[in-house]
Write a protein that binds this ligand. Structure first.
Ligand SMILES: Nc1ncnc2c1ncn2[C@@H]1O[C@H](COP(=O)(O)OP(=O)(O)OP(=O)(O)O)[C@@H](O)[C@H]1O
Length: 215
């Protein structure tokens, strides 16, 4: 008898997450293919960040399984990067030092290239505090992409930006996604943003349908 091998790159099966008595995620089922850009839309507090934390290995499900490339998630995977709403840059390090963080040999060249890709090379020696919110998020994006992650988790990364900067950032993320072909999971409150960024991935209705089951 032949067993059918799943083509899923990321697979969540019957995932439940409780915090004490509170059930935040119940029976989440999700299959994501390699290179897909999945957007998850949901009301505040429905468990979106919790879901990303579980996929990133920063927390464990109460029940159910999460697999990346057919291996159970255990601990923080090196080829997974997460980007948050506030860039979480280190204020005592320059832009370049922030991007270079955690890299070994050849790190500076890689970091400079990543800064070029987010069009911030000319700001490399400045402190994060003198950059605008959008620029800080671009540094944060460079810091994630410099590690060539196979999976990029985006936790409402554009939520604090003004509308025009947000559109620019969406375009940048989409371009880099096409160029580097990583898999992405975006958490957002903004349905338009989800549709914009996920239209070229396989997600549209299913994702919305799926996320609408969160709460
Ligand atoms: N470590 C924790 N301990 C206890 N409760 C938690 C913990 N982390 C999250 N929660 C609770 O789980 C629920 C979901 O939180 P989560 O941050 O995942 O929501 P969210 O959908 O990302 O919300 P938002 O869109 O507002 O960021 C909330 O009620 C939150 O208070």
């Amino acid at each position: 008898m032949r067993t059918r091998v799943s083509q899923s790159y990321i697979q969540l099966k019957h995932v439940r997450k409780n915090f004490g008595e509170k059930q935040v995620l119940k029976n989440v089922q999700l299959d994501i293919s390699k290179g897909e850009f999945v957007s998850i839309v949901g009301k505040s507090g429905c468990g979106k960040s919790t879901l990303l934390r579980l996929v990133a290995g920063l927390d464990e499900p109460t029940q159910g399984t999460i697999q990346i490339k057919h291996s159970p998630v255990s601990g923080i995977a090196k080829d997974v990067r997460i980007m948050f709403q506030n860039g979480r840059l280190l204020p005592w390090k320059t832009v370049l030092q922030n991007v270079r963080l955690g890299l070994k040999e050849g790190g500076t060249n890689k970091a400079l290239k990543a800064l070029e890709q987010v069009q911030l090379i000319e700001r490399k020696n400045e402190w994060p505090s003198v950059l605008s919110g959008g620029q800080q998020q671009r540094v944060s994006l460079a810091r994630a992409l410099v590690h060539s992650p196979l999976l990029l988790l985006l936790d409402e990364p554009l939520g604090a930006l003004d509308a025009l900067t947000r559109l620019e950032m969406q375009q940048l993320i989409e371009n880099l996604w096409k160029e580097k072909q990583f898999t992405a999971i975006l958490v957002t409150h903004d349905i338009e943003e989800a549709v914009t960024l996920s239209k070229k991935g396989k997600w549209t209705i299913e994702g919305l349908f799926y996320s609408s089951h969160f709460s």
